[in-house]
Ligand binder design. Structure first.
Ligand code: UDP
Length: 235
């Protein structure tokens, strides 16, 4: 597959066209943003770690019946994926209270839920990704009722697979964000990334944070946390 012109540059990735209209190449950057874009920085080695970890997890999910956009890893930073139009919803699953959930409801972090929660944010930078429930999404034609139900079932399935997998590495999956995309024929697949940028990971023994919260909260040890997650996954 031949890499052609850049078609998009986001906060953490660039996307390139290829010689086949059904595929694009994503290229992961070391750039990091947080706090609604206010905080900017770089995390050395992050691009390669997020690329490799995402691809490993996408393959694991495919094996467990979750359709994804993954096609082929090209090198440390670049991967061929199916071209999708992203459903403009950030789908957030939580197993344990943290982050904006803890803040919104005035509770401490670390409360283990009896069953996972799901919420949607409308992907819109100007509006700062407002919370959106399924009725809002249907009213605004962001997705149909059937698509929302399907996305919800896939998201909970992803949670079951990933929760069990990470626990086997001594890591608690606290919460994470997913994005879904539509292929040309309307099929919905899991897209975007699954990495320490988009998941909260706590060490199962010590509750040490092994994710982007170390960057968001200026805790130090950011690169080491990403490297530690890389070692847990790839040995
Ligand atoms: N998340 C993300 N992108 C976003 C917002 C959240 O990947 O734009 C992830 C985040 O890493 C965490 C989960 O979604 O694993 C829940 O995030 P939360 O709503 O608590 O927001 P935050 O506290 O990160 O602002």
């Amino acid at each position: 597959m031949e890499k052609r012109q850049q078609i998009y540059e986001g906060k953490a990735k660039k996307v390139y066209a290829t010689d086949d209209e059904n595929f694009v190449i994503v290229s992961y950057k070391d750039d990091a943003t947080a706090l609604d874009g206010l905080k900017k920085g770089t995390i050395a080695g992050k691009g390669a770690i997020n690329n490799r970890m995402t691809n490993f997890l996408m393959r694991l999910l495919e094996k467990n019946g979750v359709p994804t956009h993954f096609v082929e890893e090209l090198n440390d930073r670049e991967t061929v994926v199916k071209k999708v139009s992203i459903v403009p919803l950030e789908v957030i699953i939580r197993n344990v209270s943290a982050g904006s959930f803890a803040k919104r409801f005035g509770v401490e972090e670390g409360i283990v839920f009896d069953s996972p929660t799901i919420e949607f944010s409308y992907k819109n930078d100007e509006l700062h990704d407002p919370l959106m429930n399924s009725y809002h999404a249907i009213a605004l034609k962001v997705a149909t009722r059937e698509e929302i139900e399907y996305i919800k079932s896939l998201a909970f399935k992803v949670n079951e697979v990933l929760k069990e997998y990470f626990l086997s590495l001594g890591v608690k999956l606290i919460d994470f964000k997913l994005e879904f995309g539509k292929l040309a024929d309307g099929t919905i697949v899991l897209a975007d990334e699954i990495s320490p940028d988009t998941c909260r990971f706590w060490d199962a023994e010590t509750n040490e944070k092994l994710d982007k919260d170390r960057f968001r909260r200026d805790m130090g040890g950011v690169e080491d946390a990403y490297k530690e997650m890389m070692h847990r996954v790839f040995g």
